[in-house]
Design a protein around this ligand. Structure first.
Ligand code: SF4
Length: 207
């Protein structure tokens, strides 16, 4: 058992010792249902919906395990959509080259500051995630934990505003995100920029 905790008075329980990422995501989904039900009981329903894609223009970090899951999902796509996404990944690598270069130059002392600066510049440029196709995640079932955790409350117009500071989130979802990441261990738990990790893990992504 990885453990549980109370978040906003909501009990979160992760089973732990997952056979694979599908099992982890299943457990996350089970906990998310609890969180959403409790909020619904208080009249708080997320405003997120398909086609609302502001959060898919942010810098997304993930573990290697999450990126590998996406890389496998990418291989399962039909040739046409796979080719489309592979092309978008190539374009994303090109567009984000200078930002990623700055990150590579960071050391332990400067890393947090460089990541914050990168996230701000990334957001200013509104760089779309390479998996965002027709305003929806083309591999939604394989999306990383950071994307699963995002549940905005209130007017979705705030999600597209300058710094996103006016977006109310469900705190319990954030706690669930950290519990889930804690369940990933070893080299699989190393953190990187999500699309970059997927690109590294899917070098034969072009059909
Ligand atoms: S992986 Fe999917 S949900 Fe996450 S940012 Fe990219 S398109 Fe959006």
């Amino acid at each position: 058992m990885t453990g549980g905790q109370e978040a906003d008075g909501i009990p979160l329980e992760m089973q732990g010792a997952y056979a694979d990422m599908a099992a982890l995501y299943e457990d996350v989904a089970r906990n998310m249902t609890v969180v959403l039900d409790v909020h619904a009981g208080m009249g708080l329903v997320p405003s997120c919906s398909k086609g609302c894609d502001a959060c898919c223009h942010q810098l997304v970090l993930s573990t290697v395990a999450e990126a590998r899951e996406m890389a496998h999902a990418l291989e399962s796509l039909e040739p046409a959509p796979r080719s489309l996404v592979a092309g978008r990944i190539d374009h994303w690598l090109e567009v984000t080259g200078p930002l990623r270069h700055a990150l590579q130059q960071a050391n332990d002392e400067t890393l947090d500051e460089v990541v914050d600066t990168m996230a701000a510049q990334y957001w200013q440029q509104r760089i779309p995630c390479p998996f965002l196709v027709e305003r929806a995640c083309i591999l939604h079932d394989a999306r990383p934990l950071a994307c699963r955790q995002h549940h905005a409350l209130g007017d979705p117009v705030h999600c597209g505003e300058a710094d996103g500071q006016n977006v109310d989130q469900m705190e319990a979802m954030e706690d669930l995100f950290f519990l889930a990441q804690d369940a990933i261990t070893g080299e699989d738990a190393e953190i990187g920029i999500f699309p970059e990790l997927v690109a590294m893990l899917s070098e034969s992504r072009h059909p």
